[in-house]
Design a binder for this molecule. Structure first.
Ligand code: TXA
Ligand code: MG
Length: 340
């Protein structure tokens, strides 16, 4: 396995690996991806194997220009209204943390989409990712580069310790800026649905298209399995995770032993420390100094990885305000908590 910083040379080499059916982990603005040529069924099968991912969970296909969208999607199957919505979203929110469900191009093998007639397509806002995609086949299937069900990687180092020799190359582009995965949106039905809250806030989408979108399916209702990212248990650290509101966590007494306390903001952290007379040995962290959801999202997985690497077996985590990226943060925390 090659572990290289992003450079014109390493990107070229990575693209060749992808074109030859290999797997390359690469940085994006959300989390690190595990990339394979979206047209190569054998390479796609390897992605499922390496991640230990069930075959019913389809991959996201990454493109690097709106002009090449039709390599991955079949837009002839869209009605006028859906087409209008698509371009409104694509022209305003791409490149960016948004994956749009569209009818798939017939050249995309069924294994990429778990047999579904649709594919989730995303144009990431990350120069190195786009260069890699352009230099290879123009359509790179990439789930998050972590074993199925675990924490997503926001640093190349996370990929190395979780997947290591199972991949052919890891491109190190520094920490992911946004830190939570893309929002997955389905525009093909009568109501527009968010299947997974993520880096593009729901409010931004609603303002753009001028109507409400349905995000109720994303956490509570998983029976239909429209999007396996909806699995109630997912994104889980090794330590048991217990999610609490601001009021609840302030009242949560300090437990001697191996518990960690993960606050959304420093003010709440300070209030808890004061109430607990500053326990010296407690592992106490705040996701955001000044209480912004952007900063908290960018540090969420990184902090959970850190806690997983320390000697704790339980994490009390404070929920974020349910606005903007707070929705994605809370979704990941709740699912992580459901793993036990
Ligand atoms: O930010 C991201 O989206 C990252 C980076 C690498 O781009 N990728 C990512 O991929 O998070 P993954 O595989 O971990 O999550 C893909 C999600 C899953 O919840 C999957 O079920 C859903 O997208 N998905 C993919 N194709 C779908 C489809 N055709 N219909 C419904 N959901 C789909
Ligand atoms: Mg994932």
């Amino acid at each position: 396995m090659k572990f290289l910083p992003v450079s014109p040379e390493s990107l070229k080499e990575g693209a060749e690996i992808i074109l030859n059916g290999g797997l390359v982990s690469f940085p994006t603005e959300t989390v690190y991806g595990l990339g394979a040529d979206a047209f190569n069924p054998k390479a796609l099968a390897k992605v499922f194997e390496v991640k230990n991912r069930p075959h019913f969970d389809p991959l996201i296909i990454h493109i690097a220009a709106i002009e090449t969208l039709e390599r991955a999607a079949d837009l002839s199957l869209l009605n006028d209204e859906t087409r209008k919505t698509l371009f409104l979203l694509a022209e305003n929110l791409w490149p960016g943390p948004l994956s749009i469900i569209l009818p798939k191009n017939e050249k995309i093998p069924g294994i990429a989409t778990s047999g579904l007639p649709t594919a989730a397509i995303r144009y990431p806002a990350h120069k190195a990712a786009c260069k890699l995609i352009t230099l290879s086949s123009g359509a790179v299937a990439a789930p998050s580069a972590n074993p199925f069900g675990g924490l997503s990687p926001t640093r190349a180092e996370h990929v190395r310790s979780a997947l290591g020799e199972k991949v052919d190359m890891i491109l190190d582009g520094g920490p992911s800026q946004i830190g939570v995965e893309s929002t997955v949106i389905d525009i093909t039905g009568e109501t527009i649905k968010i299947l997974r809250p993520g880096g593009t806030p729901k409010e931004k989408i609603e303002n753009l298209i001028g109507r409400a979108v349905d995000s109720s399916v994303s956490f509570e209702d998983t029976a239909g399995m429209i999007s396996p990212g909806q699995l109630k248990s997912h994104y889980a650290p090794k330590a048991a995770l217990c999610v609490l509101s601001r009021e609840e966590i302030i009242r949560q007494p300090y437990e001697k032993g191996k518990a960690a306390y993960l606050f959304f903001d420093s003010t709440t952290k300070d209030a808890w420390l004061k109430a607990n007379k500053e326990p010296e040995t407690a592992v106490v962290k705040a996701l955001s100094e000044n209480g912004t959801v952007l900063e908290a999202a960018s540090r969420l997985f990184e902090t959970l990885h850190e806690l997983d690497n320390s000697d704790i077996d339980k994490i009390f985590a404070q929920l974020a305000p349910q606005e903007g990226l707070g929705e994605a943060i809370n979704d990941r925390l709740r699912r992580g908590a459901n793993s036990r």
